[in-house]
Design a protein around this ligand. Structure first.
Ligand SMILES: CC(C)(COP(=O)(O)OP(=O)(O)OC[C@H]1O[C@@H](n2cnc3c(N)ncnc32)[C@H](O)[C@@H]1OP(=O)(O)O)[C@@H](O)C(=O)NCCC(=O)NCCS
Length: 182
């Protein structure tokens, strides 16, 4: 196993085939999937998603990397953070999912902050973006807590599998990351 990022309580690493059952379980929890661009995912689709990660390098231009988020103490998989870098290699989009039983402890904040530090300080990206369904209040709170700036509102801009859904757009520039309050 190769570790890529560590934060105070978490290890963010490559997804492995052993993560399949845990990921399948939380990704198919209706509460977790409610505001995602995907709904339920078949076990085979998740297995394929994990397999596809083997060939990707986090931060490489065009790579749609998905960090596995595990607790440092026991490496239990508690969620994942999407980190998709544009082909230009200068900007990225993030996304995040935590299993329900691990929400409410600040783990998502810590994991995404770790990815932002990596994005801005290690690979020197210019801008990181994120989007959230406006009804997804925990997600909006997370982005605002991290210092993301609200950039726009796109009504009915993505199909979530059942309906056209609104998207609140957020971004952070490298200079905003550097100037954030500590
Ligand atoms: C979006 C999501 C990751 C947010 O999870 P979360 O648990 O609220 O976020 P964090 O892990 O950072 O925890 C923050 C919460 O824990 C609380 N908390 C408790 N202990 C804490 C600690 N030690 N440090 C920081 N926060 C702590 C905070 O007060 C905060 O609660 P609040 O938002 O009610 O004020 C989660 O709701 C999720 O996975 N949802 C399903 C998937 C999804 O919708 N993803 C987003 C698609 S856009």
């Amino acid at each position: 196993m190769r570790d890529f990022l560590e934060t105070q309580r978490l290890r963010l690493r490559r997804l492995e085939s052993d993560d399949l059952e845990a990921m399948f379980a939380y990704r198919n929890d209706p509460e977790v999937a409610r505001y995602q661009t995907f709904r339920a995912r078949a076990r085979d689709e998740i297995a394929e998603m994990i397999r596809a990660q083997a060939d990707l390098q986090p931060g490489a231009p065009g790579a749609e990397y998905q960090f596995a988020v595990g607790l440092k103490a026991d490496d239990i998989l508690i969620g994942d953070v999407y980190f998709g870098v544009e082909p230009t290699g200068r900007q990225a989009e993030i996304g995040y999912t935590l299993a329900a039983e691990f929400q409410g402890h600040g783990y998502a904040t810590e994991a995404v902050r770790g990815v932002l530090a990596y994005a801005f300080e290690r690979i020197c990206l210019h801008r990181v973006t994120a989007g959230a369904d406006p009804r997804n209040l925990p997600s909006l709170r997370l982005l605002e807590r991290l210092g993301f700036r609200r950039e726009g509102y796109s009504p009915e801009s993505y199909w979530d599998g059942e309906a056209w859904t609104d998207d609140v757009r957020y971004a952070m520039l490298a200079r905003e990351w550097r100037a954030r309050p500590r």
